[in-house]
Design a protein around this ligand. Structure first.
Ligand code: PMP
Length: 360
C-alpha cells in the first residue's frame, strides 16, 4: 500500500488510524454482526453512539451545558441559509464581515432573508489582511454578526476570537474547528462542515447557545431547517447521515488520543510555521498575507515565475504530494495542512519545494 500526502482543501486527508479502524469495523460493528451503515438510527446502539460522540466533542471543546450540539445535513452552505432563517426574524438587519469567498457567499445568501449589512470588508486590502473587531461597524439592533474564522480559499485566519459583547457572534469554522482551542462561550453559534478537520462529507456540526433556539423562525421555514426541531430530537428528527456521523466520532476519538485540541494546535502551529518560514526565506515562492493573519490550515503561496506552475504540480505529484493547485480565484498553490496532515507530510513538501527551486 502506498498512500500519498494529500493537500486537498476538502474532502481532505484523514488520519490513517481512523481509516484502519473503520476498515476493521466495516463488516461487524461492535459485535452486532452488522456494519454501522446497516444499523437503524433509532436503535439503542445508534442512540448511544450519537450520545458518546456528542460528549466527546463537548469534552474536546469544553462546551458549556447551555449550548446544544447538533449533527445536521447540508454542509456549510446550508448553514449560510439556516443562520438567517432561524435567527433574524423581527430584526432590522444582520451584520456580515466579508473577508473572502466563503464569508461573501454567506452574506449573499443572507440577503434573501433580510437586510444584510456589511460590517467590514477585506477587499480593500486585497484579502491580504483582516479587519479586526474594533473596526467592525455593527448596528446596535442587528440580529447577530457573522464572520468566517478561516477563509479556506484566501488562506487567511483570525489570529484571535473577535471580542463582541452586544450581538451574538456567529462563526463559520468549516475549515478550522478543532484545530485550535476556542472559548465557546464567546459565540452564539459555531458551524462547520466535516470534510476538513472533523471527518467526512455528509455531516455538519452546529454548536448553538440554547437561548437562540427560542428565536422564532419564519413561518414558512421547513422543519428540517429549524435548529429547535433538531435540538429537541437530538439530531434524529429524520434519518441522519449515520456513517459520516460515526466517522466523525472516530476522528474525535483520534484527537483525544493525540492529546486533545491543545496538542493539535501545537502541532498545527509547528507545521504552518516551518512552511511559511521556508516560503519567506525564498526568492522563488511568495505569500503576501499579513503574517498575523496567515491561515494555519490553508497555506497559499505563489511561484514568482508562474510559467513553472504546471511543472511544479506535475513534479509534486510524482513525489506523492497531491492536490496542491490553488483555487482558481487566487491562483498559485495551496497546501491544506489540517489536523490529519502529519508533520512528515509538511517536511516532505518543504524538501520538494527546495529541490524544485534548485533545479527548475
Ligand atoms: N465555509 C467554508 C469556510 C468552507 O471552506 C466551505 C467548503 N470549502 C464551505 C463553507 C462550504 O461547505 P459545503 O461545501 O459543505 O457546503
Amino acid at each position: 500500500m502506498s498512500r500519498v500526502y494529500n493537500f486537498s482543501a476538502g474532502p481532505a486527508q484523514l488520519p490513517l488510524e481512523v481509516l484502519q479502524q473503520a476498515q476493521g469495523e466495516m463488516l461487524d460493528w461492535h459485535h452486532t454482526g452488522m456494519s454501522l451503515m446497516e444499523i437503524p438510527h433509532r436503535s439503542e446502539n445508534f442512540e448511544k453512539l450519537a450520545a458518546s460522540i456528542e460528549q466527546d466533542l463537548r469534552d474536546l471543546l469544553d462546551i458549556p451545558s447551555d449550548y446544544s450540539v447538533l449533527f445536521l445535513h447540508g454542509g456549510g452552505r446550508t448553514q449560510f441559509a439556516m443562520v438567517p432563517m432561524n435567527l433574524a426574524q423581527g430584526y432590522s438587519s444582520m451584520a456580515y464581515v466579508n473577508t473572502g469567498v466563503w464569508s461573501e457567499l454567506a452574506f449573499e445568501e443572507a440577503k434573501r432573508y433580510g437586510h444584510a449589512h456589511v460590517a467590514a470588508c477585506a477587499s480593500k486590502n486585497n484579502y491580504l489582511d483582516l479587519p479586526l473587531a474594533p473596526e467592525w461597524d455593527l448596528p446596535a439592533d442587528a440580529a447577530y454578526v457573522h464572520y468566517t474564522d478561516n477563509e479556506t480559499i484566501q488562506g487567511i485566519e483570525y489570529p484571535a476570537i473577535p471580542e463582541i459583547s452586544k450581538l451574538p457572534l456567529i462563526t463559520d469554522m468549516s475549515s478550522n474547528l478543532l484545530s485550535k482551542l476556542i472559548d465557546v462561550k464567546k459565540f452564539g453559534l459555531i458551524y462547520a462542515c466535516a470534510q476538513k478537520n472533523l471527518g467526512i462529507a455528509g455531516i455538519t456540526v452546529v454548536i448553538i447557545r440554547k437561548d437562540l433556539l427560542e428565536r422564532t423562525p419564519f413561518d414558512f421555514t421547513p422543519s428540517m431547517l429549524r435548529y429547535a426541531v433538531h435540538a429537541k430530537d437530538k439530531s434524529l428528527y429524520n434519518t441522519p447521515a449515520t456513517y459520516p456521523w460515526y466517522l466523525t466520532g472516530l476522528v474525535f476519538n483520534w484527537i483525544k488520543q493525540q492529546g486533545g485540541v491543545a496538542k493539535m494546535a501545537e502541532h498545527n502551529q509547528r507545521k504552518a510555521a516551518k512552511l511559511y518560514k521556508m516560503i519567506d526565506n525564498s526568492d522563488f515562492y511568495t505569500n503576501k498575507i499579513n503574517p498575523l493573519c496567515r491561515s494555519k490550515m490553508n497555506v497559499v503561496f505563489q511561484l514568482h515565475d508562474e510559467a513553472l506552475n504546471q511543472k511544479f504540480l506535475a513534479d509534486a505529484n510524482k513525489h506523492g504530494l497531491i492536490n496542491l493547485k490553488g483555487h482558481r480565484i487566487v491562483g498559485g498553490m495551496r497546501a491544506s495542512i489540517y489536523n490529519a496532515m502529519p508533520e512528515k507530510g509538511v517536511d516532505a513538501l518543504i524538501e520538494f519545494m527546495r529541490d524544485f527551486e534548485r533545479t527548475a
